[in-house]
Structure formats: structure tokens, C-alpha cells
Design a protein around this ligand. Structure first.
Ligand SMILES: Nc1ncnc2c1ncn2[C@@H]1O[C@H](COP(=O)(O)OP(=O)(O)OP(=O)(O)O)[C@@H](O)[C@H]1O
Length: 871
């Protein structure tokens, strides 16, 4: 029985053919070519109709069906794939006119979110990753590894992971599609939950996740006996994941994978780990406001001129370096480019001319390219000698090695130039894209066709004279081929040897033996030259693909030059300074600025620069100050400056010395994970726990309003003890912004804790934010003043002031000065409980209570006294 209860036998032959194909591709939406349409049936049709918002109809009144015209398929397929669907395209592979019985159909393309080359789906400034995660049991241990590939750029990497870190890794990589094993059900489910909505998730057979299987497939792909040369041999789970990826690519019919020439390890020791939280809080790639690039660090720094550079810059900002020598090498290169402005500008101009070599190569190697792309690749490769030459006099180590490594490919450039017509258009349908002189036989065929066409003109002239019909014309169309058209008015002059082909309203069309003869010559020659041209173009693509490794290396170097030049432009135009990078744990940023805020604030309210100073005597900066005073911005600014410096970029500061940070941890503001059912406070505590468990003395901790999500006293107590723990157990450089003025007490108690505050100026009952972070603790929250400035109704403000005055008189709940010790904090905690106890008892209406109610009430009161909370 089939999906809707119709038995196989009752189906038409075409539907049986459909079901046969669908059987082989159950996880894909099967687009089945029927005439000029791609049709989907059964459940696929329901999905497609919903996803594309198209009509769901029924075939033969029974089978659900939805489809779209084939000429518009690119847009529809893009829409489906962007929504996370995997699509298999089944085409008619023989001419229906000559087919005997049911026309033959085959899968001609498979497109999934992680395996696509289509410009309608991809963004050229983003990588598009297909990722696999594998868990392996080795002895008593479970090891985990990941592999990921961008098939459009051939970047193929593997990483060794701790099993518990797999979700964090995935969130950080943000792949378009994930492959997991059917055997790891629970773990796979956890991974699925870690993925952002819309990520495709494929569960594959367990046998694919075996070491032998992976070893074989990797050795075949890279044509080696051992994987030692790639430096990935000590990561068996990663290798399994890589093998799974290659198998999946083969299965999805990506037959020409030769352009994937290497696999490289992603060593956790080389790069700073940036968890999703930190990426989000520091707004590195996208802003918190709307998730777009607008307002992000990337938007400010991305001054690249080329898509390859743009993609690499994203990676650089998300993977800052850890070794001082590597960072300094990048900074020196930026310095050199910054100083040589005219040279840099001319290099940038060259970079702007270079097309996307990586993606063009992938399309060429997989025979998806059109002639224009090949031509563009040729022009891009032609710029390499110029680039190489222009860097010949470079001084900095990295620029010198880039100049050395750039490899011109003159023969390939010449071959492309001689083969592809510079005017080649977007379509290959009409041929004519291979240049004259490239191939002898092609030239001959074209000559034959053109001579025959000239002969047709002669025939036209001869027939005009013979028939005395001046308007007689030899014409061509795809359906009827060549014909002679004669208007109705001249109908009686048509000679008897004219054979009628077609009658129109005002004219008739004929053929004659001479016309037939030349028509055949032309069509034959054209048909053969068309096929030959396709063959020559394919051969050219294969020859280019044979140079894949060299092209990829050049592309990587061009991308790097682009990023370094972009950094230099930022340094120059935004007034950034070159940071000094050291292997100690101090941090000295003088007059640092927030790279994004300083660009968006109005000129009359410029960003106020501040210092961030850490050394052995100053390890934890306790920052108090009113709302809106600039505490969070100061925390973020410090994190961003460190991140930029370690990504090899100059920084928005007057001077900066950065002791390399192994990881930036952030706990900034309330992030809502309400969708996953967690309370704001729980999320806050999870994140705080993660920081305490993973930070080291080389980390930078940016903690904003820890404890805010719960009651004042719980929050204060947690914040206090976290500070103690960080101080005693971790020793990380920490910026701690808080509204708990009591925490200022810690300055006297824990060495290395130093108070700072975001200053304000009181002017009458107004507050002016100076945005200067200065030594000492703040002594006022100004919360009510800030509320007033936000446009709160004045009645609320007046009442709030009265309540505050009352509370301050009674010295309860809201702490008003920094003079409280932990002991006095506990005393006021009991005051608060006493007050709540008293109010609760007063509010009890004994006359309306049953004895049971009274007992329940008593239990609540007991709970209040014991835990500080009413149950
Ligand atoms: N150094 C600065 N120079 C100029 N403007 C600043 C500066 N720092 C912050 N601002 C401006 O003040 C606004 C509020 O800053 P921020 O959010 O950092 O304050 P906050 O003290 O953390 O407030 P809250 O405690 O309410 O979170 C920012 O959006 C920015 O426009």
C-alpha cells in the first residue's frame, strides 16, 4: 500500500515510477518532472505546499500534489533549502516524443542546506558548513570529534572535542546541516536541540560511523596511505566524522570531489574559544537588537574588497589567536599596510577586481560553472603576478611570506583566455562561448554552418528572381527549421515545386529541395559544434580543476591580504593604535573606546574614552554607578579591544598592551532563553556556573549585574561569593559591574579588588552622565532620576521618591550606601524578613479561616522564617 492507501497496483505507471524513486530517497523532498512542471506528491506535496505557500491539489482525485513550473525552479528550490529541506530533483532524461512507454527519469541533482552551490541560496560573504559529529568508544572512554566542510570553498577541517563540548562547538560553528549517527540517539537529540531553528539535521546509518570505513574513504579522497601528513591521525572520532561527510557528498551525487584537496585540523590551542554567549553579548557578528550585521563589530571592521576576504574576516573575528608571536606577525603586516597608504589603495583596488576564486573553482570542478565564471576565474588569476610583484619590497615577515607563496599560473590563464569568449553570456544554450582558434574541428564546423547560411542568402535571392516575389524571405525557427515565407497576396505566384510547411493568417511557409539540403548541413554542423563546444568546455573545467590546490592556495593568500588591508584601513580611518602583545596577564588599555558605539554616536555626543588597567595589584574591577552611566559599554569595550587585538587588528585606544587572554567570558544583561523553557535567572546561573568552571587565570571575565534575576539578598549573596571564588580559585582579570553597592566592601577585604564607578553629575534634580570610569565606589543609584528621564508619569516618580525616603528611614531592603559590611547585610536581611512576617500576620483574616487554612498559613510563615521566601 502507498502513502494514502492506494495500492501500488492501482497506480498509473508514472506514479509507480515516482514511488520507486521516492523509495530510494525517502529523506528528500522529491521534485518529479512532469512536462513543464516539477511535481511533488503525498506528504512531500503537503510540506511543499505549506513551505512555498502554493496550492495543494489532488492527482486523479486521490493523490495530494503540489508543483511549480520548471523555469522558475531555482527560486522555489532556494526557498525550500533555506527552510532546511533537502531536495532531490528527478528529471526526464529522454525526449518524451521518442520515448517508448513511460519516459525515463533520473535524479539529476540533490540540494541540501549544507550541500549547495547555488547563488540563490548562498551568501558570498558567509561560509556555508556541512558538519558531522561522531562519538567513538575507545576502551572505557567515549571520544568525540567533528568535521566540517564548506563545499563551495573546499575548506575541510576536523576538530577533537570533549563529548560534553559538542553542543557548544555546534552553536559556535552554526552549520547549515548536521550529520549524526542513528546509534547515538540521546546524544544526537541533544545536538539537535543545540542547533538554531532551520538547520537541517540528518540521522545516518550507524555503519557509516566506523573507523575502517572512514579511513578507507579518506585515503581514497586524498590518495594517500596514511593521514599522518594532515596532522589528523590522533583524532579518530574526527576522522570518522570526516569520512561520513565524504560519504554523504558522494551519496548526494557530488561526483567530482577532486577539488577537495586537503583536510586540516582545528587545534583548540591555536584559537581563543568564543562561546555563543560571548559572541552574542559582544555583538561580534550580529547585533542583539535584530540579529542582523548592523551594529556589530563585523560591520565596522569589514572593509574587505572581496568575498574571499569577507569570509576569512568573519573567521578571524570569531577565532582570535592565542600565540603572541602569531598575533604580532599579523599586526606588523597591518602596520606596514597602514603606513603605505597609496600602495594599500592600489592593492585594494586590485582586490576589488578579483572575483571569488574559491567558489568559482568549486562550481567549475563540479561542472556547474558557466563560461563567464571560467573567464572571471582567468581574469582573477591574471592579477596574481601583479600582486606578487607589488609585495616584493615588503618588509614585514607575513607580507614577505605571502609574496613568496603567491604562485602565478600563466599557462592556465593563457588557456582560459584562448578558450573562452570574453563576451560569453550567462547562458550556454545558444553556444558560441568557445573562442575561434581554440579548436580546429569546432572552427571547421562553424565555417560549414556559416558557409551554408551564406548559401541560404543566395537561395533567397535566386528564388526572388525566379518567382518575381520581392518580399520572399528565407527564415528560421526552432520548430520548423528553415523555410521560405510568402505573403498571402503572392500566393498565386508560388511555383509547384514549393512544398507547403505551414499556413499562417497572412502568409504561408514552404520548403524546397535546395533549402532542405542546406538546412541539414547547417543543423548538422550546428548540432555537432554545440556538442563539441560543451565537451571542450567540460575538458577545460577539468583542466582547471587539476590545478585546484594551487588555485586554493592563491585564494587563501588573497583573502589574507584582503583582511590585512581591511584592518589597515580601519586603523587609518578610525584612529586605532597598534597593541603590544605579551605573554603576561596584565592589561593596559589607555583611553580605550567602544569600536561600534564610537561610530554610531552623534558628533555632539562623542564616545568618552576610558582606561582598562589590570596588573597584579588590580585583578578585579568592581564597577558601580547608576543605570545608563555606561558600565555595560565599558565592559564590552574592554572585551572587544582584547578580541580585536588578538584577531590581529589595531584597536580603538590611545595605547594598549594586551597580556594574551585565553578566553573571554561574558555574562551581560538578561538573555532570554524562554523558548527553551528556562527562567531568566536559571539561564544567568547556568552561564555563571560555566564561567566559574572553565575560566583560568589567563581569562578575561566580563560580569554584568550578576544576581540581578533573583531577590536582592539572594542576588547579593551569590554575587559576593562569586567574587570571592574568582579571586581565590581562578585569579582571572575580571570586570564586575553591579548595582549592589555593598560589593564595594570587597575592596578592603580581598587584595586585587578595586572599586571604580561610572561618574555622573547632579544638577538640581537632574543627572548628567559623564561616562568617565573613575576610582572609587558610587554612592547613589539614581534609579528614580533615570526613570524620570525615561518619560515615566510624574505621579509614579513622586510616589517612588516617597517610598524610597520611607525605606531609607527604616533602613531596610534597598541598600543605600557602601558602608554596609556583610554582617550588617545579614542584619538587614533579618529586618526584611521580620517586616514581611509582620505584614503577613497582620493580613491574616482569622474569622474566615478553617483550622486547615490556619495550619497551611502557619507552614508558610515558618517557611518564610527558615528560607526567607514565602512558599
Ligand atoms: N563612554 C561612553 N561615551 C559616550 N556614551 C556612552 C558611553 N558609554 C555608554 N554610553 C551611552 O550610554 C548608553 C547606556 O550605556 P550602558 O548601557 O553601558 O549603561 P549601563 O551603566 O550599563 O546601564 P544599565 O545599568 O542600565 O545597564 C549607551 O547605549 C551609550 O549610548
Amino acid at each position: 500500500m502507498s502513502a494514502n492507501g492506494v495500492s501500488e497496483k492501482e497506480h498509473s505507471p508514472m506514479m509507480r515510477q515516482y514511488l520507486d524513486v521516492k523509495d530510494r530517497y525517502p529523506d528528500y523532498l522529491l521534485l518529479f518532472r512532469v512536462g513543464d512542471f516539477y511535481e511533488t506528491f503525498f506528504d512531500d506535496a503537503r510540506e511543499v505546499a505549506g513551505a512555498l505557500n502554493i496550492v495543494l491539489t489532488r492527482r486523479s482525485n486521490e493523490i495530494p500534489m503540489a508543483g511549480f513550473p520548471h523555469h522558475a525552479s531555482e527560486g522555489y528550490i532556494a526557498k525550500l533549502v533555506k527552510k532546511g529541506y533537502k531536495v532531490a530533483v528527478c528529471d526526464q532524461v529522454e525526449d518524451p516524443a521518442v520515448a517508448k512507454g513511460i519516459v525515463r527519469r533520473e535524479i539529476t541533482d540533490i540540494i541540501t542546506p549544507g550541500v549547495t552551490y547555488s547563488d540563490s541560496i548562498l551568501d558570498d560573504r558567509h561560509n556555508n558548513y556541512l558538519c558531522a559529529i561522531a562519538f567513538l568508544r575507545i576502551g572505557r572512554q567515549t571520544v568525540c570529534g567533528a568535521a566540517f566542510i564548506d563545499v563551495t570553498t573546499a575548506e575541510f577541517r576536523i576538530a577533537a572535542l570533549l563529548p560534553e563540548d559538542a553542543s557548544v562547538f555546534l552553536r559556535s560553528l552554526h552549520p547549515a546541516e548536521l550529520l549524526v549517527s542513528a546509534a547515538d540517539r540521546e546524544r544526537s537529540e541533544m545536538l539537535r536541540l543545540a542547533l538554531p531553528a532551520g538547520t537541517a539535521f540528518s540521522v545516518l546509518d550507524e555503519w557509516l560511523f566506523r573507523e575502517e570505513q572512514a579511513g578507507e574513504i579518506l585515503a581514497r579522497q586524498f590518495r594517500t596511505h596514511s593521514l599522518k601528513g594532515f596532522g589528523i591521525h590522533d583524532n579518530p572520532a574526527g576522522q570518522v566524522a570526516a569520512g561520513v561527510i565524504l560519504h554523504y557528498l558522494e551519496e548526494t551525487r557530488q561526483s567530482s570531489l577532486q577539488y577537495i584537496t586537503r583536510i586540516t585540523p582545528l587545534q583548540s590551542g591555536d584559537y581563543m574559544t568564543l562561546d555563543l554567549q560571548t559572541k552574542r553579548n559582544l555583538e561580534i557578528i550580529s547585533s542583539m537588537q535584530d540579529g542582523s550585521i548592523n551594529g556589530s563589530l563585523l560591520q565596522v571592521i569589514d572593509r574587505t574588497r572581496n568575498p574571499m576576504g569577507a569570509r576569512l574576516l568573519r573567521q578571524w573575528l570569531q577565532r582570535p589567536l592565542l600565540r603572541a608571536a602569531d598575533i604580532t606577525m599579523r599586526l606588523d603586516a597591518v602596520d606596514e599596510l597602514k603606513k603605505m597608504k597609496p600602495f594599500r589603495e592600489s592593492v585594494c583596488c586590485d582586490l576589488g577586481q578579483i572575483s571569488d576564486l574559491e567558489r568559482a573553482l568549486a562550481r567549475i570542478a563540479t561542472l556547474r560553472a558557466i563560461p563567464r565564471e571560467v573567464r572571471q576565474l582567468g581574469s582573477a588569476l591574471a592579477v596574481i603576478p601583479l600582486l606578487k610583484q607589488s609585495f616584493e619590497d615588503a618588509v614585514s615577515k607575513r607580507l614577505c611570506s605571502i609574496a613568496d607563496a603567491l604562485t602565478p599560473l600563466p599557462d592556465l590563464v593563457a588557456m582560459i583566455e584562448s578558450a573562452v569568449d570574453p563576451e560569453a553570456g550567462a547562458s550556454m544554450r545558444d553556444g558560441g562561448y568557445i573562442r575561434k582558434g581554440y579548436h580546429h574541428e569546432l572552427d571547421d564546423l562553424r565555417q560549414t554552418a556559416s558557409t551554408a547560411k551564406e548559401r541560404l542568402l543566395e537561395i533567397q535571392q535566386e528564388e526572388r528572381e525566379r518567382t518575381a516575389i520581392g518580399s520572399l524571405k528565407v527564415q528560421f525557427n526552432r520548430v520548423f527549421g528553415y523555410y521560405i515565407e510568402i505573403s498571402k497576396a503572392n500566393r498565386d505566384k508560388v511555383p509547384p515545386y514549393y512544398e507547403k510547411k505551414q499556413t499562417l493568417v497572412n502568409a504561408e511557409r514552404f520548403t524546397i529541395p535546395a533549402l532542405k539540403e542546406y538546412e541539414e548541413k547547417i543543423l548538422n554542423a550546428e548540432e555537432r559544434s554545440f556538442v563539441l563546444e560543451q565537451q571542450l568546455f567540460q575538458d577545460l573545467c577539468c583542466k582547471i580543476a587539476a590545478h585546484a590546490e594551487m588555485i586554493q592556495e592563491n585564494a587563501a593568500l588573497i583573502a589574507e591580504i584582503d583582511c590585512l588591508a581591511a584592518y589597515a584601513v580601519c586603523a587609518d580611518e578610525y584612529g586605532y593604535c597598534k597593541p603590544v602583545i605579551a605573554e603576561h596577564t596584565a592589561l593596559r588599555i589607555l583611553n580605550g573606546r567602544h569600536p561600534v558605539l564610537e561610530r554610531i554616536l552623534p558628533a555632539d555626543e562623542p564616545y568618552i574614552a576610558n582606561d582598562s588597567l589590570f596588573d597584579d595589584r588590580q585583578k578585579m574591577l568592581m564597577i558601580t554607578g547608576p543605570n545608563m552611566a555606561g558600565k555595560s559599554s565599558y565592559l564590552r569595550q574592554t572585551g572587544l579591544i582584547v578580541l580585536l587585538a588578538q584577531a590581529g587588528c589595531f584597536v580603538p585606544a590611545e595605547q594598549a598592551e594586551i597580556g594574551v587572554v585565553d578566553r573571554i567570558f561574558t555574562r551581560v544583561g538578561a538573555s532570554d532563553n524562554l523558548a527553551s523553557g528556562e527562567s531568566t535567572f536559571l539561564v544567568e546561573m547556568n552561564e555563571a556556573a560555566d564561567i566559574l568552571n572553565n575560566a583560568t587565570d589567563k581569562s578575561l571575565l566580563l560580569l554584568d549585574e550578576i544576581g540581578r534575576g533573583t531577590s536582592t539578598y539572594d542576588g547579593l549573596a551569590i554575587a559576593w561569593s562569586m567574587c570571592e571564588y574568582i579571586h581565590r580559585q581562578i585569579g582571572a582579570r575580571t570586570l564586575f559591574a553591579t548595582h549592589y553597592h555593598e560589593l564595594a566592601e570587597l575592596e578592603g577585604i580581598l587584595p586585587g579588588v578595586v572599586n571604580y564607578n561610572a561618574t555622573v553629575l547632579e544638577s538640581g534634580d537632574r543627572v548628567i552622565f559623564l561616562r568617565k570610569i573613575v576610582r572609587g565606589a558610587s554612592d547613589n543609584s539614581y534609579g528614580i532620576e533615570v526613570a524620570r528621564m525615561s518619560g515615566m508619569p510624574s505621579a509614579v516618580i513622586t510616589r517612588a521618591k516617597a517610598i524610597l525616603a520611607g525605606m531609607e528611614k527604616r533602613d531596610i531592603a534597598i541598600p543605600s550606601s557602601s558602608g554596609l559590611s556583610l554582617q550588617s547585610m545579614q542584619i538587614s536581611l533579618f529586618d526584611e524578613i521580620d517586616n514581611r512576617l509582620r505584614t503577613s500576620i497582620e493580613e491574616i483574616d482569622i474569622d474566615r479561616m478553617t483550622p486547615l487554612d490556619a495550619l497551611i498559613e502557619l507552614k508558610k510563615l515558618q517557611g518564610l522564617v527558615r528560607t526567607g521566601n514565602i512558599i
